[in-house]
Design a protein around this ligand. Structure first.
Ligand code: MF3
Ligand code: CO
Ligand code: CO
Length: 318
């Protein structure tokens, strides 16, 4: 039951181009710098915290990566909520909005539905979601950065609900985006979907990255190696590693029914190598060219992967 086919192309914020102007065909080189952060957002006391809150690093997870049906249903609920928060938060994306505005909205969306935003206080991450603009590969920290026409922005939203996590990210267009950036975003989505469709029980985990990298190579895109897909559910990151590049013969552990993990490739227009900002989180491409990412949490069935991070019909149509 591969629900993959029902998915559409990347979400956009629809906007009418200014008359007489046409989008540039090539992507600008990034010049992003760190903004200022707002104070920590409170989480109501009645919402259960994940076990890593207040610790420097999460306790080691020693449980399984394949779950029983009851646990999978709980992960499905957390994943659906993350996807619903994505749909709702993305509606705010427009020139003039700050990444902190997006964090504030997503935080409220999750806590008002009884969920803890998994990013908040994970290894001291200071905000509730990740917002990664243009040359930021992943883990951008929401701050006073103002989105501008032509930017691309990734929102990574993870919900902790009923003791389990669902992890989801998508890249969005801010107004009209140049063709090179648009194609990168669309092809990164397709790369993720090809990785997901490669998932079948009995195959080695490295089939996922092989499908992603072979597609990315057609376009000469870089495939980031150091940030990976991961087992998710009873822990935010279980220790199970899903590379997005062709890692064979490594990562040959066999995929099993009931396994839950993410597929979340990061593709770049130029180099796959990166620099880390002094905040210890924000990873930017070394050449400051643009990069895109998509992420789904999936569960493995006998006939392939099912995507769990799909919005409920209610949120999707709102
Ligand atoms: N959601 C990210 C992932 O896909 C992890 C973010 S960790 C944070 O694995 F601390 F940066 F939020
Ligand atoms: Co993830
Ligand atoms: Co994520």
């Amino acid at each position: 039951m591969a629900s993959a086919q029902s998915l559409t192309t990347p979400s956009t914020t629809s906007r009418t181009p200014a008359s007489g102007s046409s989008p540039q065909s090539s992507a600008p080189i990034g010049t992003l710098t760190k903004g200022t952060l707002t104070p920590e957002r409170p989480v109501p006391a009645h919402i259960p915290r994940p076990n890593y809150v207040g610790l420097d690093e999460p306790p080691r997870y020693t449980g399984e990566d394949a779950y029983d049906a009851e646990t999978i249903e709980r992960i499905r609920a957390a994943a659906t909520l993350a996807a619903d928060a994505m749909v709702a938060t993305a509606q705010l994306i427009a020139p003039g909005v700050t990444t902190d505005d997006l964090d504030a909205f997503a935080h409220e969306y999750l806590v008002s539905r009884g969920a803890y935003p998994s990013c908040l206080s994970y290894r001291h991450f200071p905000k509730s979601i990740c917002t990664s603009v243009n040359e930021v590969i992943c883990h951008g920290i929401p701050d006073s950065t103002v989105l501008a026409e032509g930017d691309i922005v990734n929102l990574d939203i993870t919900a902790f609900l009923d003791g389990v996590h669902g992890d989801h990210n998508r890249t969005f267009f801010v107004g009209d985006v140049d063709d090179e950036s648009r194609l990168l975003v669309e092809r990164t989505y397709e790369a993720m979907m090809r990785g997901i469709r490669a998932v079948k029980p009995g195959r080695p985990i490295n089939v996922v990255g092989r499908a992603i990298e072979s597609y990315a190579k057609r376009f000469d895109y870089g495939v980031v190696r150091e940030f990976i897909g991961h087992g998710v559910g009873k822990a935010f990151h279980t220790g199970l590693v899903i590379p997005h590049y062709d890692a064979a013969p490594e990562y040959s552990q066999l995929i099993e029914p009931g396994m839950v993990f993410t597929v979340e490739p990061m593709l770049t227009l130029g180099t796959r190598h990166w620099d880390m900002w002094e905040d210890g989180w924000t990873a930017v491409t070394r050449d400051r060219r643009r990069t895109a990412q998509f992420e789904h949490t999936i569960v493995v069935h006998d006939d392939g992967a099912e995507i769990l991070t799909l919005p409920s019909a209610q949120e999707e149509s709102s």
